[in-house]
Ligand binder design. Structure first.
Ligand code: PGA
Length: 241
C-alpha cells in the first residue's frame, strides 16, 4: 500500500511559513508516498494554491449557521482542502469532543467531498492499566459513522502520551495496536477494510520514521512537530518513499 505522510501543523504557521512548503516541493518534486499538509484554517487556501494536497484540522458537523468561531467541512472544501483530521486527542481533551461528535463531523466531511483522518489513542493511564486495545477499539467503532465509505477513511493511531513528548511506543507495541485496528476494520468493512490506511502518530521524526514505516500495517504517519520544518518533514517523506 502506498504510504501517506500527513503533517499536522496544529496552531502554528503564518503566511511567511509557506516558504517552507515551497522548499519541500522543490526538494521532493515526485515523492514516493502521498503527502498531505494540514495547516491552520487561515493558511488552507494559500497552501492549497501551492499544489500541496491540503487538509483541515477539524470541522463542525453542520454546513452553516450560528456557530461563532467554527468552520464547516464545506468551507474547508471551498478553501481548497481535500481532507480533514478529526478526533485528534487535542480536540478530545481541549474541547471535550466525544467519539459520537467525531462521527457526526466525519459524516459532514464526506458529504462536503472531503476524506477523513480519524484519530484514536490511549492516555498514559489507559496504557498503564493495560487498556490500550479496548480504548482504541471503542474509539474507532464509535468515531466512524454507520454506513461510512471506507474509501473516505484513514485511521491515525496516536498514543496521547507520545504526542509532542519525544517518547514513542516500542515497535512491537505499535505492531500490536495496528494489527488490532486492521482486524477491526476488516471485521467492519470486509475486504475494503484491508486497504484503509492506518497511520502512526506521536513523536515521529527523521531518526525513527524508517523503522516505524517497516512495522506491518503502518501505512504512513501523522506528524506534528517535525512537520513544521521542511528538512525534517522531507526526511520523513523520503523514509516513506
Ligand atoms: P507530534 O504530534 O509529531 O508533535 O508528536 C503528532 C500529532 O499530534 O499529530
Amino acid at each position: 500500500m502506498r504510504k501517506l505522510v500527513a503533517g499536522n501543523w496544529k496552531m502554528n504557521g503564518l503566511r511567511a511559513d509557506l516558504a517552507e512548503i515551497a522548499a519541500l516541493r522543490a526538494a521532493h518534486p515526485a515523492p514516493g508516498c502521498d503527502v498531505l499538509v494540514c495547516p491552520p484554517a487561515t493558511l488552507i487556501a494559500a497552501m492549497a494554491a501551492t499544489g500541496i494536497p491540503t487538509g483541515g484540522q477539524d470541522c463542525h458537523p453542520r454546513v452553516s449557521g450560528a456557530h461563532t468561531g467554527d468552520i464547516s467541512a464545506a468551507m474547508l472544501r471551498d478553501a481548497g482542502a481535500v481532507a480533514v483530521i478529526l478526533g485528534h486527542s487535542e480536540r478530545r481533551s481541549d474541547h471535550g469532543e466525544r467519539s459520537a461528535l467525531v462521527a457526526q463531523k466525519a459524516q459532514a466531511a464526506v458529504t462536503a467531498g472531503l476524506w477523513t483522518i480519524i484519530c484514536v489513542g490511549e492516555t498514559e493511564a489507559d496504557r498503564d492499566a493495560d487498556r490500550t486495545l479496548d480504548i482504541v477499539g471503542a474509539q474507532l467503532s464509535a468515531s466512524v459513522p454507520e454506513g461510512f465509505d471506507p474509501a473516505r477513511l484513514t485511521v491515525a493511531y496516536e498514543p496521547v502520551w507520545a504526542i509532542g513528548t519525544g517518547r514513542t511506543p516500542t515497535l512491537a507495541e505499535i505492531a500490536t495496536v495496528h494489527a488490532a485496528l486492521r482486524a477491526a476494520l476488516v471485521a467492519r468493512f470486509g475486504p475494503p477494510g484491508a486497504v484503509v490506511r492506518i497511520l502512526y502518530g506521536g513523536s515521529v521524526k527523521p531518526s525513527n520514521a524508517a523503522e516505524i514505516f517497516r512495522v506491518p500495517d503502518v501505512n504512513g504517519a501523522l506528524v506534528g512537530g517535525a512537520a513544521l520544518k521542511a528538512a525534517d518533514f522531507g526526511a520523513i517523506i523520503a523514509a516513506a518513499g
